[in-house]
Design a protein around this ligand. Sequence first.
Ligand code: GUN
Ligand code: FE
Length: 450
Amino acid sequence: MKKIRGVLGNSYYSKNFDEIKYMHNTLICIDEMGIIKKIICEDDIDFNQKCKEYEQSGQLKVLEENQIILPGFVDLHIHAPQWAQSGTALDQPLEVWLNEYTFPLEAKFKDLEFAKEVYDDVVEVTLKNGTTSAVYFATVDKEPSMLLAKICGEKGQRGFVGKVAMDDPLGCPVYYKDETAEESIKTTEEFIQEVISIQDNYKQKVYPVITPRFIPTCTNESLKGLGELAKTYDVHIQTHVSESDWAHGFVKEKMGKNDAIAINDFGLMNDKTMVAHAPFLEEEDVKIMAEKQSTIAHCPLSNAYFANSALPVKDFTNKGINIGLATDISGGYSPSMYSAIRQAVVSSKMLNDGVNPALNADVRGRKDSSLTLNNALYLATVAGGKALKMPIGKFETGYIFDAQIVDTKENIPQFYKEKHEEDLLHKVLLLAQTNNIKEVWVQGEKTDIK
Ligand code: GUN
Ligand code: FE
């Protein structure tokens, strides 16, 4: 059977942080590598001919009447093993949740059968929710982490996967850690090499990520070694930075400097670094992250539970930091980037206006913090692509065709034609559920989600 190379329908994507591009009845032409080679509009002279050509060769996909095409989402921070406990113990403080629930759960992934069961499910569930690229924390153990990389590859999701490095006996439980700093560095290096060795087995590829969990669980020696690996292999880096009052204060005390500065001093802050959370960045931290062109993985749902604050997305964006969006399973309970988009907007409005009615309106909030749905879609798509250094998130020539085909009628009220095209997009962003997502495409290939 011939591969689909032309997709015809109504589509939306983020032109920039504020603006949406709507394309009515437009043909997206995709090459064998999954790259968009041309966009043909209804009134272009070759539109009819090209549609006919694809149709005759059995390579045309025509959207149904109530369907639209949206870009696939980039989840910039998700803990794959924690999917097993999603929805658990979020009323606990971060440090209690980590020690009492999360570390014991992650330690179980040594059992490869258990790991396969959870990892098959998390990759399928996130794909079903429109996540075409995901940046995963796996666990300390290398073998199950490799298994996650292979499962992403086989199921057709673009996985960025990290074996978690954590070796500090003062911050890690005895039953769940790298034995020593050397072990932490050695297994991370082996993991990078092993992922690179299977990378090209999959059309959409799979990528290794250097993953020090966070400074409270890592020794200086291991962080230094991981910084050297970053230089040698030029791969992505992920960690948690200044997430909560506790985490921010703990690192200040341990290192005598702020989280982001320490990460930078170990050679771990560069344009491929994605730090999760980061609401407590101080002025010099913001400056260094902007200078290094690093990214914040904004986890609005998780921040509502653990961060004791909301990320000032607009302020940090205006100061030059790239910010993408993430679920942070299971600090955030929902695997859906639609939920992340919704919470990003809600949290930003609460930050903007403030929430304590005992205060006067003029001192209640942090002005110019509100995000629009358009902003949030940009974070979930184009900004994610920027962090990954890939042409992802737009339907333009040269971009990778990662997409979701969404039904705009199921679960969504439609009693009249919307005044503006964007109104329909906003309804979808706020109301769509998993079963609205009919197809998910990665690198020009339709995945087998059901
Ligand atoms: N800080 C260190 N580890 C974690 C984790 O697994 N989740 C969250 N939210 N924060 C962390
Ligand atoms: Fe996290």
